[in-house]
Ligand binder design. Structure first.
Ligand SMILES: [Zn+2]
Length: 184
């Protein structure tokens, strides 16, 4: 059967890498000086413009490496940058679909985390609400969850439905796999 992954998984891994690279370029490396003749000294450490970006990037890469190594103990040396996602896909091609999907969801979740760190809340709005199906999800930074604008969208105790990034990611990956199964 070869690779059992969806094409979407490869696309999402690429997007996650792109966002991670963007995060570091835009929010860590100082912007170029207005005077092009003045070169930045090599000894000047790059300053994170947004606090926590470097830690976030390092923790994300670590998480993917740890997850992949737990699944496949004998893997090629891991890149500690945005290539880590492609590396993870490459090293897990032989795993059964269930375990591939767990990694795909983790990558998708990280991609959303990168987007939110860049202030890109629109990444959340691309998901329909898992409960009512509307397109009114919005990000609540305080609770680190997505809420639904539909005021009738509540759980059985009457509390507004909210969704974690992990839930949105697992739902996305599972929907992509269902769509592919139905297409073949
Ligand atoms: Zn809803």
């Amino acid at each position: 059967m070869g690779n059992s992954r969806t094409e979407d998984a490869a696309v999402q891994a690429k997007l996650a890498g792109h966002r991670l690279r963007l995060l570091k370029e835009v929010f860590v490396t100082p912007p170029r000086q207005a005077d092009p003749g003045r070169r930045a000294r090599a000894s000047t450490p790059s300053t994170p413009i947004r606090p926590g970006v470097l830690d976030h990037a390092a923790a994300s890469v670590d998480e993917i490496i740890t997850h992949t190594r737990a699944e496949v103990p004998r893997v090629s040396p891991a890149p500690r940058n945005d290539s880590v996602y492609q590396w993870a896909l490459d090293n897990t091609r032989h795993l059964d679909p269930e375990r591939q999907r767990a990694l795909d969801a983790k990558i998708y979740q990280q991609s959303l985390e990168h987007a939110l760190m860049m202030g890109d809340d629109l990444a959340i709005r691309r998901h329909s609400c898992p409960a009512c199906g509307c397109w009114g999800l919005f990000w609540m930074a305080a609770t680190q969850a997505a809420g639904c604008v539909n005021r009738h969208c509540a759980d059985k105790d009457g509390r507004p439905n909210t969704w974690t990034l992990q839930q949105l990611a697992e739902r996305h990956v599972s929907a992509a796999n269902t769509a592919r199964r139905n297409a073949t």
